[in-house]
Ligand binder design. Structure first.
Ligand code: NDP
Length: 306
């Protein structure tokens, strides 16, 4: 089995940027794209804060450009899903089911995935009115009423997007204030199709073959109301995709990978981390891309010294 100089796991802005830098450094990187190639930006509409795109860029278009740029310099990309890793000795082992690959260094850029509420009806009605992706499923809710949970930038961005189709979007916020930026709050609050229910928590989604209503608890008054709805969207943040690294790479209590200060180095020499998988603070496409660049530069230095 050939030993690669570097394997990049993940295909968001961090992974592709690492690919661009590593391939330009002649490290012939292999990038394993994961199940959802392109990462979270594939489920976004317009990205307005990517530098160099003053008119905004659609998330999937940005990812296609990054992928093309990575391939252009020689990044080999395979569409597969890593099921197991062995970082106990070098070369490191990466398994994809029965398939095994070896590498002298690894960049972990596996990103983060949407969180769910785990309430009654949520799992059962997924794809039948329950969704965590407005850009994927919003189209199905033309002239329908939607309940959406969350108070961050993602929730309001999704709520605004859903108003293109829905007749009404009710946003459930568990506190009496939003976490979202002031600019996003202003946009959502001035949209007449969006209303807010404060101190409100979804308790159950009612319906058998499709969403019919949502049982909502007011956590101040303990009152429970039934709100009829056709759709139920969840936008309450993300969980880092680190399950396969448990016991090998150091993580914080939420599962985000730890790295050395001012570095992408993990607790294992030769294993680096970039993007949302190790960033509980910024979680922006541009910061992910920046850390992908850092990881590739650190890999280059590491390989030169072994
Ligand atoms: P955030 O962590 O910022 O917000 C999560 C929201 O969901 C909070 O309002 C939180 O409530 C709420 N929440 C969490 N768990 C539950 C639960 N169990 N029940 C009900 N509500 C819950 O995540 P986002 O995904 O919104 O944003 C992540 C990062 O990405 C942020 O830094 C954000 O700024 C950025 N972002 C930027 C965008 C842009 O600039 N265009 C677009 C989208 C995201 P509480 O506040 O009470 O904790």
């Amino acid at each position: 089995m050939d030993t690669r100089k570097v394997i990049i796991i993940g295909s968001g802005p961090a992974g592709y940027t690492a690919g661009i830098y590593a391939s330009r450094a002649d490290l012939q990187p292999l990038l394993i794209s994961g199940q959802e190639a392109g990462g979270q930006l594939m489920q976004t509409t317009e990205v307005e804060n990517w530098p160099g795109e003053p008119d905004g860029v659609m998330g999937p278009d940005l990812m296609t450009k990054l992928e093309t740029q990575a391939r252009k310099f020689g990044t080999e990309i395979i569409t597969d899903f890593v099921t197991e890793v062995d970082f106990s000795s070098r070369p490191f082992m990466v398994k994809m089911g029965e398939k095994e690959l070896k590498a002298e260094s690894i960049i972990v850029a596996t990103g983060a995935s949407a969180q769910w509420l785990r309430i009654k009806g949520e799992y059962e009605l997924k794809g039948k009115g329950v969704s965590a992706c407005a850009t994927c499923d919003g189209f199905f809710f033309r002239d329908k009423k939607i309940v959406l949970v969350g108070g961050g930038d993602s929730a309001l961005e999704e709520a605004i997007f859903l108003t293109k189709f829905a007749s009404e979007v009710v946003v459930l916020v568990r506190r009496d204030e939003l976490r979202a930026s002031k600019a996003m709050q202003h946009r959502a609050m001035s949209n007449e199709k969006i209303s807010f229910m404060w101190n409100s928590e979804a308790q159950e989604i009612v319906g058998t073959d499709k969403v019919k209503a949502v049982m909502i608890l007011n956590n101040k008054t303990d009152e429970i109301v039934k709100v009829e709805a056709d759709g139920f969207f969840v936008a309450i943040g993300h969980k880092p995709n680190t399950d396969i690294f448990k016991g090998q790479l150091e993580m914080d209590e939420k599962g985000y990978l730890k790295h050395l200060p001012d570095s992408t180095r993990t607790n294992i020499d030769g294993v680096f981390t970039a993007g949302d998988v190790s960033d509980p603070h910024f979680r922006q496409a541009i910061t992910a891309a920046g850390s992908g660049c850092m990881a590739a530069l650190e890999v280059e230095r590491f390989l030169a010294n072994i």
